[in-house]
Design a protein around this ligand. Structure first.
Ligand SMILES: NC(=O)c1ccc[n+]([C@@H]2O[C@H](COP(=O)([O-])OP(=O)(O)OC[C@H]3O[C@@H](n4cnc5c(N)ncnc54)[C@H](OP(=O)(O)O)[C@@H]3O)[C@@H](O)[C@H]2O)c1
Length: 282
């Protein structure tokens, strides 16, 4: 399968991005693993998982350096996402953090720059800095992370706040709270949800219901968990993996169509929300 075959979803601008990307949390923490991590990201890119999610926080900049190495010579094939820490999210702090990230990523532009979670600085200050970075060509889009529905409403009331391109939140079979209100809020506004920790960092993979469905589908529990998320329009999943077989498995989630019977088994084991729950965070 080539990159062209990967399912995409539209950003509010209409630009399309792959619905399956790659995370990088815990990369760049141990220099001896850096080569392996960069190779893993390159394998994922070659399989079409060309959206890469990183952050200045991961490995205290180390993950951005790994990503910079991984995308060297193939920057034009990648949709690059990074994040500013809330503690840096003042107007001038955001501009400076972005410059540092660009240096570590060894590139001119970040495609999508996110506020990692809500900060003590006013949203209008961070948004103004994001807009300035767009004007300067340092970033192409900006978005947010760990924003609940009320945070999104508040963002919409800030000058320029409606330009938000995505909201990246914790979403997986064991964390379905956003299906009650945040997902239905984002969908009509064409704001994709980027699902982080889509396999709950591996903690859910021994669940008997997942095992049953995986066995019947001839695949792994991780693949079933990802396929469950990817059946939704407007959801982008960003599993992290440094293990080549896992990366190939994750890619195969795009080709798995869960039957009504298998969906019913999963719904029964991991019921969706019946009322508003506060947004979970890791
Ligand atoms: N915005 C935020 O606040 C926030 C918070 C958390 C995460 N994130 C982003 O979302 C990304 C993904 O979340 P995450 O890293 O927390 O957790 P995750 O992707 O749910 O899980 C990663 C773990 O699962 C393993 N794994 C991956 N694919 C597998 C497979 N097919 N079979 C078995 N095990 C597999 C990985 O090990 P191997 O490496 O050995 O495969 C790793 O230990 C992060 O890396 C980061 O980019 C954002």
């Amino acid at each position: 399968m080539s990159e062209q075959d990967v399912k995409t979803t539209a950003l509010p601008s209409g630009e399309r991005v792959p619905v399956l990307g790659q995370g990088t949390w815990f990369m760049g923490e141990d220099g001896r693993q850096a080569q392996k991590e960069a190779d893993a990201l390159r394998l994922g890119i070659d399989l079409g998982m060309t959206l890469i999610d990183t952050a200045e926080m991961y490995g205290s900049g180390g993950a951005e350096e790994v990503v910079g190495d991984a995308i060297s010579g193939r920057r034009d094939r990648v949709f690059l996402v990074s994040k500013v820490l809330p503690s840096n999210a003042s107007h001038s702090g955001t501009l400076r953090a972005c410059e540092r990230s660009l240096k570590r990523l060894k590139c001119e532009t970040i495609d999508l720059y996110l506020l990692h979670w809500r900060s003590g600085y006013g949203l209008e200050e961070t948004v103004a800095a994001f807009e300035q970075l767009v004007e300067a060509g340092k970033i192409r889009y900006w978005g947010v992370s760990n924003f609940d529905t009320n945070d999104m409403e508040e963002l919409g009331s800030v000058p320029g706040g409606n330009a938000v391109a995505v909201n990246q939140v914790l979403y997986n079979l064991t964390r379905r709270g956003i299906e009650f209100d945040l997902l239905p809020w984002c969908r009509p506004r064409n704001i994709p949800i980027m699902a982080y920790s889509p396999i709950e960092q591996g903690r859910m993979l021994d669940h008997p219901a997942l095992h049953r469905v995986a066995k019947e589908c001839g695949t792994t529990t991780a693949v079933v968990a990802l396929a469950f998320l990817l059946r939704n329009d407007g959801v982008i999943a960003i599993p992290k993996s440094s293990t080549p077989q896992h990366i190939r498995d994750n890619r195969s989630a795009l080709d798995l169509r869960l039957s009504a019977e298998h969906l019913a088994i999963l719904e029964d084991a991991f019921p969706g929300p019946r009322r508003k729950r506060r947004l979970d965070m890791l």
